[in-house]
Design a protein. Structure first.
Length: 253
């Protein structure tokens, strides 16, 4: 059996004395496309940051590729929820992606031919190669998000972590985006956070609902029981052509 990409065991985390996550257990196999969903404030982004080693748990064990997260950093690509970038700065799309090839001790060195080939490959995978010479401030929100993902891919990671990567993409572009993710998923394990149930796709392989605790389902199908456990309210699932999920009316607790 292949070694898991991610192992989380009895994970607890609190912030300023307030519990955020408790008793979280999760195993992510190679080649998975896992989406973390749940209510705002439920701990999705916190769990992602813990898995990346950006936060330290109060207790519990986290392993990436059998190591502590910081030891596996070279094998990880990460796109945070709010990428801070000065859109007025005169930098091209290609140069933004090339930044993903920088390593310690290489800051002032020239990019190599291999770096430029890797940047082109990443931009082509994300279907934004045609914008390579545009300034970053000229792109739409969805195009910009694709560029940031290309920057995370340019170092050839084994796992890609995305925090609300689909939030800036309009509904018309989501099908194409998920097709791109499907292609990437052939060689890269993907873990993505999403607050919007409406944007989940059949390309997703597993789902975890996070609301302090974690409820895992090893397929892309969301059940009413999962959402009831995570959101603590009645849920209605509707399908008409494309997956469509809504919360039914309920009283606030």
């Amino acid at each position: 059996m292949a070694e898991p990409i991610i192992e989380v065991a009895d994970l607890w985390f609190s912030f300023n004395g307030h519990p955020v996550l408790r008793e979280v257990n999760l195993t992510v196999p190679p080649g998975d496309f896992l989406v973390l969903i749940g209510p705002n404030g439920g701990g999705k982004t916190t769990l992602l940051k813990l898995m990346l080693g950006l936060l330290e748990p109060d207790r519990g064990v986290i392993r990436l590729f059998g190591q502590r997260p910081e030891k596996a950093a070279q094998r990880i690509g990460y796109v945070p929820q709010n990428v801070q970038i000065n859109k007025t700065f005169p930098i091209s799309v290609r140069d933004v992606v090339l930044m993903g090839r920088l390593r310690t001790g290489k800051l002032w060195s020239r990019y190599t031919r291999a770096d430029r080939i890797a940047a082109q490959d990443a931009l082509e995978k994300m279907r934004v190669w045609e914008y390579r010479d545009r300034r970053i401030g000229e792109l739409s929100g969805g195009q910009l998000q694709r560029v940031f993902i290309a920057r995370a891919l340019v170092s050839a990671p084994d796992a890609l972590f995305l925090d609300e990567a689909m939030a800036s993409i309009d509904a018309q572009s989501r099908r194409e985006f998920y097709e791109t993710m499907k292609e990437l998923n052939r060689s890269v394990t993907i873990v993505a956070v999403s607050h919007d149930l409406m944007i989940l796709s059949s390309q997703v392989k597993s789902v975890a609902c996070v609301n302090q605790q974690l409820h895992y389902h090893d397929s892309g199908e969301i059940t009413e029981e999962m959402l009831d456990a995570a959101y603590h309210c009645p849920v209605e699932l509707i399908a008409h052509g494309l997956p469509h999920r809504v919360l039914s009316r309920h009283e606030a607790s």
